[in-house]
Design a binder for this molecule. Structure first.
Ligand code: M6R
Length: 614
């Protein structure tokens, strides 16, 4: 988490930094700060809370700051130390001459801090980052060269970092470096923007260089020098980014989340385009670089992911096992990386991530790659760190997702998994051909069905408002929609802070049923198919305990009115594909409850869009 940005050139640095931090706000919003070199000394400005608080401090004095053309900025998601002004970056050494911003975690900071304190450093904050400021300043005192000081100091650091550093005595220099955290240098004409992510640089240039671990770049207004940790000069790989300047517009919607929910039908269409060329034609998924024999030899698939991406992976398990007859393990990346996992040359490891920057998933993927597995990455960011580990890469092309609560990226991941499952099944000849044909046919009409759901939001909104003041919520489902229940509950939790839990409907009676009473809404996800009647019985059991019952179904049955207080009906589809449609009303319910409660829908408390720390 956290986003960093640095600018050196001819423009007003404050403009570039504030614009960059706005684009990086998805990485955290606990506090923010900026340091500007005015040619003589460095001034820092910090604020707790959203970036708008920093802008409020800066705007009245902005004309005085405009002349600075060198500066660094930070947007924070607190790890070490509460979100306070003192803990906000940039951090400085004791003499105040050296300032830096940091993304990552310094794992040996306690040990370094104790040593530095013994040497006379006085710590002001509770952060791990301040250790690095003192450490580099100490080296600068000996070496009088910022690049060298950064190089020598970072050798002593363990953990993850992306750093931008300035020193009062080197007014025309920014030094930046990274290890296990992303950093990209945008290269303009007599200017450079260095940042955690491309959106912060793309307004100025589309020429960029991604830093590799342990590389150090020294930027002046008109030069860039790259070295490795042993001080060997390197020739960086400069790329032209396939990006347009990103206009983060809500397109008339009140929140990005709502805009992104509404983008889903066209995202499904785009993803299918060129893939399903005819019902009797094999599905085209050239992104998968395994040859046909290797696909036939696959004996196991392990999928690693976190949060919403993990729920998409859970749906994938049902379809891949059913269609492809391959055992699939789905595991949160944060668990996968701390145990022995059994893989062999016929194991495919799939990493799923909207951002491609989730630290746990990157580690899981890296570990698997080291063990020799073929790595397939499904991501919305083909330019991400995770994508760089891919042997096969499926880019889900959902466009920038601004809302912290993932919606459209989940949809895109689901569709990618359906394509993958059908693709493998066709190569292996492991599924009924008529079933695969039927699914392809149905996939093509799903965007229209999704649009139909989105055009009938009013009853869903009414139901959301009716239950908005509930303290708890239970979502139940069985089979392929169990992940839908988990994802629906996660959406509600993260943006409304209501305690919502997803259960397999059959598990309800093994414990959770004890919680049920007339204050607790139970939402049953009941799609036409083999488990429909079972969930109906489980819903009866909940009703008998006086729970408030809501049905989400694609079955039209008047008898449901006796059992359910409220019913949301969506278009019918094949049971296998039903998670694609069933999630949409749940996203809307979460949205309308959070909006009704006046919550910050796009930037819920305590969260960040990219979780770049383990
Ligand atoms: O970028 P990723 O898909 O790897 O992110 C994983 C989770 O952090 C993410 O899905 C998170 O759970 C979202 N806030 C869910 O809405």
């Amino acid at each position: 988490m956290c986003g960093i940005v640095g600018y050196i050139g001819y423009r007003s640095a404050i403009d570039v930094l504030l614009n960059g931090l706005t684009k990086l706000e998805y990485r955290g919003y606990d506090s923010s700060g900026i340091a500007l070199h005015n040619g003589k000394h460095i001034d820092t400005y910090k604020a707790v809370g959203k970036l708008s608080n920093l802008k409020d401090i800066i705007n009245p004095i902005k004309s005085e700051l405009d002349k600075s053309t060198v500066g660094i900025g930070h947007i924070r998601w607190a790890t070490h130390g509460a979100p306070t002004t003192i803990n906000a970056h940039p951090h400085t050494c004791n003499c105040g001459k050296l300032v830096l911003v940091h993304n990552g975690i310094i794992e040996n900071y306690q040990e370094l801090k104790e040593k530095l304190e013994k040497e006379g450093c006085v710590f002001k904050s509770q952060t791990d980052t301040e250790t690095v400021a003192h450490l580099i300043a100490k080296e600068y005192g000996k070496l009088h060269n910022l690049t060298e000081a950064v190089r020598v100091a970072t050798e002593k650091i363990e953990g993850a970092y992306a750093l931008c550093v300035m020193h009062q005595d080197e007014p025309d220099t920014i030094v930046a470096t990274k290890r296990n955290a992303p950093l990209v240098v945008g290269i303009g004409e007599n200017e450079f923007v260095v940042a955690s992510d491309v959106p912060a640089i793309i307004d100025y240039t589309n020429k960029a260089m991604y830093l590799e671990d342990n590389q150090i770049v020294t930027l002046t207004k008109n030069s860039m020098k790259l070295i490795d940790k042993d001080n060997h000069e390197l020739k960086g790989k400069i790329e032209v980014l396939p990006w347009e300047p990103v206009a983060l517009s809500k397109m008339g919607y009140k929140h990005f989340m709502m805009k992104e929910i509404h983008e889903q039908p066209s995202i499904i269409r785009n993803l299918l385009s060129g893939k399903i060329t005819g019902l009797n034609e094999p599905l085209n998924l050239s992104e998968v670089k395994l040859d046909k024999d290797a696909v036939k030899d696959l004996n196991r698939i392990q999928i690693v992911a976190c949060g919403t991406s993990l729920h998409a992976a859970m749906v994938a398990k049902y379809i891949i096992e059913d269609f492809c007859n391959i055992a699939v393990d789905v595991e949160p990346s944060s668990e996968y990386i701390y145990r022995k996992t059994v893989t062999d040359k016929n194991t495919l490891v799939i990493g799923v991530s909207q951002s491609g920057e989730t630290a746990d998933t990157i580690t899981a993927v890296r570990q698997s790659k080291e063990k020799g597995s073929h790595i397939l990455i499904i991501t919305n960011r083909p330019d991400s760190t995770m994508a760089r580990y891919a042997d096969s890469l499926i880019s889900v092309c959902a466009g920038i997702e601004v809302s912290v609560a993932a919606t459209k990226s989940y949809m895109a991941q689901l569709v990618a998994f359906y394509l993958l499952a059908i693709y493998i099944a066709e190569i292996k000849n492991s599924a009924d051909k008529e079933l695969l044909k039927r699914l392809k046919k149905e996939l093509i009409v799903l965007p229209e069905k999704a649009e139909e759901i989105l055009s009938q939001e009013t009853p869903i909104k009414k139901i959301a408002h009716k239950y908005a003041n509930s303290k708890n919520f239970i979502y139940i489902a069985r089979g392929i929609n169990f992940p839908t229940a988990l994802e629906g509950a996660l959406k509600l939790k993260e943006i409304s802070y209501i305690n919502a839990t997803g259960y397999t409907a059959g598990e309800l009676k093994h414990g959770p049923i004890a919680m049920l009473d007339e204050t607790l809404p139970v939402l049953s996800i009941m799609m036409k198919g083999k488990v429909y009647d079972k969930i109906l019985s489980n819903s009866e059991e909940a009703k008998a305990r006086n729970a408030k019952m809501i049905a989400l179904t694609n079955v039209t049955d008047d008898n449901l009115k006796d059992l359910f207080d409220d019913i949301i009906t969506i278009p019918e589809t094949d049971e296998y594909l039903s998670p694609i449609l069933a999630i949409i009303p749940l996203q809307l319910i979460a949205y309308y409850i959070a909006e009704f409660l006046g919550k910050d829908v796009d930037q819920p408390r305590n969260l960040a869009k990219s979780v770049t720390v383990e």
